[in-house]
Ligand binder design. Structure first.
Ligand SMILES: [Fe+2]
Length: 230
C-alpha cells in the first residue's frame, strides 16, 4: 500500500512547550516565560488541572497557527499520562467526555473499548489527538473517482500528540485488549458540523455529525453491556 507523499499526521512526542501564547486579548509573550512567571502550568502535577488545560488550549487557539499552538499544549499534557488519568479517570467504556464545546474549539476525551473500531470519517476542521492510555491505530483514506481508498496508516501510542489537516479522512481502531483513551481537539464545532462517514463494508458515503458519533459510542457500550456517559 503506497503511503502519501506527506504524512497525514504531523506529530510531536514528548515535546516541551515553545512558541507564544496570548495571556490576554492584547498581550503576546513566550509561553515558556508565561508558564514560569505568571501562574502554575496546567500539567506536570500528579493530577492535571482540567480547567487550566482547557484555558491554555483556548489561549493557544488565538495564535496565527492555532492548530500547532494547541498541539503544543496537548503534547505537554499527554507527556504526563498518569496526571491525565488521575484527572479524567481510567477509561471504562466507549465515551466522549466533553471538556469544551464551542464554535471555534471542541475538546473531549475519547475512550475506546478493547478492539473498538470507528469507520472512515472526516471532520472538515483540523484535529489534534493526544494519547494518554492505550493506542489508537489510524488508517488514512483519500477520495478517488470510485469513492475513497486507503492511503496510509499511523499508530499512535501513549504520549504521542498528532495533527490531522482539515481534509483528512481516517478510520480508528483500538488494537489492544484493554481500553484506550485520547484527548481529541478540533478547530471548530465538532458536534454541530454535518460531515461524512463511510460504511466500513461498502465504503458508501453517509451523512454524519456529533449525534451520529455519539450513537456509535452508545451502541458499542450496549453491545458490551457497559454503562454509557457520552
Ligand atoms: Fe476522527
Amino acid at each position: 500500500m503506497a503511503r502519501p507523499e506527506k504524512p497525514r499526521f504531523s506529530r510531536k512526542r514528548r515535546t516541551v512547550i515553545a512558541g507564544v501564547a496570548a495571556i490576554s486579548s492584547q498581550v503576546i509573550m513566550p509561553i515558556a516565560t508565561y508558564a514560569t512567571t505568571k501562574r502554575p502550568t496546567s500539567v506536570g502535577r500528579e493530577k492535571m488541572d482540567v480547567d487550566r488545560f482547557v484555558e491554555d488550549c483556548l489561549i493557544a487557539n488565538q495564535e496565527s497557527d492555532a492548530q500547532a499552538a494547541v498541539r503544543e499544549v496537548l503534547a505537554k499534557a499527554v507527556s504526563t499520562p498518569n496526571a491525565v488519568i488521575s484527572a479524567l479517570g481510567e477509561p471504562e467504556n466507549a465515551g466522549l467526555n466533553v471538556l469544551l464545546s464551542s464554535s471555534t474549539l471542541t475538546i473531549f476525551a475519547a475512550t475506546w473499548t478493547p478492539q473498538m473500531n470507528l469507520m472512515p470519517h472526516d471532520h472538515l476542521m483540523w484535529a489534534n489527538i493526544g494519547i494518554y492510555t492505550g493506542r489508537e491505530d489510524n488508517i488514512f483514506w483519500e477520495r478517488s473517482a470510485d469513492g475513497i481508498k486507503a492511503s496510509g496508516a499511523e499508530a499512535l501510542f501513549v504520549r504521542d500528540a498528532a495533527s490531522l489537516p482539515e481534509d483528512a479522512i481516517h478510520s480508528v481502531t483500538n488494537p489492544l485488549l484493554r481500553f484506550t483513551g485520547g484527548i481529541h481537539i478540533y478547530g471548530g464545532d465538532f458536534f454541530d458540523t454535518t460531515r461524512s462517514q463511510w460504511n466500513p463494508e461498502t465504503l458508501e458515503e453517509e451523512p454524519s455529525d456529533g449525534a451520529v458519533i455519539r450513537g456509535i459510542f452508545q451502541r458499542e457500550n450496549e453491545r458490551l453491556g457497559l454503562g454509557s456517559n457520552s
